[in-house]
Design a protein around this ligand. Structure first.
Ligand code: F6P
Ligand code: MG
Length: 457
């Protein structure tokens, strides 16, 4: 069998040029909006007439980001990344040269071009003196978190107090609830927000028990029972989260992680973050710290209606506990450049061997969050939807890695793991957009080298 490479995925890659896909909608319509928002943000961050290097470089950034937008819309060839002082330039250029020579924004694989676009945005800032560490998405991340205040306080009220001793059955119920809270937190990422109405967002963030039962019907592949069967065997284990979005999603991930610690399933949680601003809302280590500091501050006092003293105190209690976990090494924040390459996770072992070995050997369970992680796990290609998750992630991740799972709300074309007939059922019910509307989800599990778990199907 031919070697699997970025130019030869296991099935034909999704590409922007395919008109009937979400890849096309994204490349043709969503990226121009995302790139324009970067320009607007830079514009807001400097004051015209201020003069000096900062203003001069702001103008240069705006020009270059506009040129990038032009290149995308005119479907130009992908060019090498300029030497901008980041350690990954040679790798990007080698991938471009080897697998994407002569390819364009619409004809190279969507997975690669989308990652490449965020690297090109970084290049523009990286090549300045005064904007090097600037995150053009930070403003959006913070304002969306502020907009999530109702759900933030609701969860804080419920989880601020330490959890009392629970029976096994109670643990199972809480696990299912919190896993779902973490899952649906992925529905509100910023790059898709433009497609969702405010009521939809508020509705997926409202996490009452009845609401969650209703939402569970929207999980079209649901391995939560299998994951619980794995988690309940863990005692003081290490659970890794390969994080997705900052703000509200990170907040609910921390609530979930906190529960795993308190239920003694884990004694350590590793959080893997991005190294550069990525896919608009993804979490970098600075966003992680920001979230904890923000929950300890009076950040939400400006929202209407202002929170009560009790609400603020609940949130601070939670955040103080998280801060303490960080001091004690129970929460560990990591960040590896591999997460910001354009590579699918089949290449994790070959491209980031130390990271692979650490996660494969030391983590008892790795939870991949979100849509992009799902696309990278499955190589973002045209699998029939009934392909098994194991086949889609490939032999290295399925057999040499440990237990892993993915919590993903569907925001892209690729789907695997569906039962026969399920897709037809969804289409008959009128959900033509079930693959990318963000209203449906998949939760999939691979036991990897780990001990067999009881299959509850
Ligand atoms: O734009 C492509 C995309 O991967 C979408 O599929 C999704 O809306 C977004 O970017 C990233 O989603 P997530 O934050 O869940 O990885
Ligand atoms: Mg994201």
């Amino acid at each position: 069998m031919a070697e699997i490479t970025p130019a030869n995925p296991p099935k034909p890659a999704y590409v922007g040029a395919e008109k009937d896909t979400f890849a096309f909608v994204t490349v043709a319509k969503r990226w121009p909006v995302i790139v324009t928002n970067v320009i607007d943000d830079v514009y807001k961050s400097y004051h015209q007439g201020e003069g000096g290097k900062h203003e001069q470089e702001a103008k240069q950034i705006i020009e270059q980001i506009s040129a990038l937008k032009y290149d995308i819309q005119r479907d130009k060839e992908l060019r090498p990344i300029q030497e901008d002082g980041y350690g990954d330039v040679a790798q990007w250029n080698q991938l471009l040269e080897t697998y994407f020579k002569g390819k364009t924004w619409f004809t190279a694989s969507w997975l690669f071009t989308e990652c490449y676009m965020y690297r090109r945005i970084r290049e523009v800032f990286q090549l300045t003196e005064t904007w090097k560490d600037y995150d053009p998405f930070f403003r959006q991340k913070t304002s969306t978190f502020r907009g999530s205040s109702a759900a933030v306080f609701e969860l804080a009220a419920k989880f601020a107090e330490p959890i009392r001793q629970q029976s096994d059955d109670e643990k199972r119920v809480w696990f299912h609830e919190l896993a779902q809270v973490s899952l649906w937190g992925n529905a509100t990422d910023l790059s898709l927000l433009a497609n969702m109405k405010e009521e939809d967002i508020k509705s997926v963030q409202a996490m009452g028990q009845a609401k969650l039962e209703e939402q569970e019907k929207m999980i079209v592949v649901n391995d939560l029972d299998k994951i619980w069967n794995k988690v309940k065997t863990l005692q003081s284990g290490r659970v890794d989260f390969v994080l997705d979005n900052a703000g509200f999603e990170l907040y609910v991930d921390l609530v979930f992680a906190d529960y795993l610690l308190q239920a003694n399933c884990a004694s350590q949680i590793y959080f893997h973050c991005k190294t550069i601003p990525w896919f608009v809302s993804d979490t970098m280590p600075s966003d992680f710290q920001w979230l904890i500091d923000t929950c300890l501050s009076d950040f939400f006092n400006q929202v209407e209606p202002a929170p009560s003293a009790e609400q603020t105190e609940n949130l601070k209690t939670l955040a103080r506990r998280w801060q303490q976990y960080m001091k004690e090494g129970k929460f560990v924040v990591k960040s590896d450049p591999f997460w910001c390459t354009g590579l699918a996770y089949r290449h994790l072992k070959a491209e980031a061997p130390d990271l692979f070995t650490d996660m494969a050997q030391k983590a008892d369970l790795v939870i991949f969050k979100g849509d992009l992680n799902f696309r990278k796990l499955t190589y973002d290609c045209h699998w029939p939807v009934t392909t098994s998750f194991k086949e889609a992630i490939g032999p290295v991740m399925a057999d040499e890695f440990g237990s892993l799972c993915v919590f993903r709300t569907n925001k892209a074309d690729v789907v695997v793991g569906l039962k026969e007939g399920k897709e037809e059922e969804l289409l008959e019910a009128g959900f033509e957009d079930w693959r990318y509307s963000g209203k449906f989800a998949v939760v999939e599990f691979s036991q990897g080298r780990g001990k067999a778990v009881i299959d509850t199907d």
